[in-house]
Write a protein that binds this ligand. Structure first.
Ligand code: IMP
Length: 177
């Protein structure tokens, strides 16, 4: 069990399960994007660990760029997203995969997707380690999903509760009292 601030979290997805799933996602990408100009766009902060582990399993030529949006505090999505900061590469006519830690309501992804599609990439797909289909009300479902999970709050492997808990190599679920 993990204690962060005022909340307790129990084990949910192990480091081994994550490792295996990340390898599977990478295998799929290696196959689908062979011979294409591929750029990963990793959404900070949450996806840093997913992006790093996934990249180690990518065997085809690719670039990665890290961008930042701000919008999320506590255990509820505010639905507010500011500009994407840090896109320091040209993405027009390239094949883009957005890397996210989690797609919850999908509101953040709507804005990221719309922003990036305005640059007219050759293709634009979303890879999200976690996806909450019951909470989803967005327009762009992730194309590649590690784990579909119920509508619960999780931390670890990059995901935070008020900025803590990102450091764990496994995913933990909020224990509701
Ligand atoms: P959405 O706009 O509701 O899809 O939320 C997107 C962002 O909310 C994610 O990138 C996360 O930063 C955050 N988020 C959503 N659910 C969780 C969770 O269960 N744990 C930690 N962060 C979450």
């Amino acid at each position: 069990m993990v204690q962060i601030h005022d909340k307790s979290f129990g084990p949910y997805i192990s480091a081994d399960e994550i490792r295996q799933k990340v390898q599977e996602l990478a295998n799929q990408i290696n196959k689908e994007y062979e011979g294409k100009e591929l750029i990963f766009i990793s959404i900070l902060n949450g996806s840093f660990m997913f992006a790093a582990d996934l990249m180690k399993c990518i065997t085809i030529p690719c670039e990665i760029s890290f961008v930042k949006v701000s919008s999320y505090q506590g255990t509820n999505t505010s639905g507010r997203v500011d500009e994407l900061i840090g896109l320091n590469t040209t993405i027009d006519h390239k094949h883009i995969i957005i890397l996210e830690d989690i797609v919850d309501t999908g509101i953040t992804m709507n804005k990221i997707f719309n922003y990036l599609s305005s640059f007219e990439p050759a293709s634009l797909k979303i890879a999200s380690l976690l996806y909450k289909p019951d909470a989803f009300e967005g327009k762009h479902k992730p194309d590649l999903v590690g784990f579909s999970i119920p509508n619960a709050f999780v931390i670890g492997y990059g995901l935070d509760y008020n900025e803590h808990g990102r450091n764990y190599d496994a995913i933990y679920k909020l224990i509701e009292n």
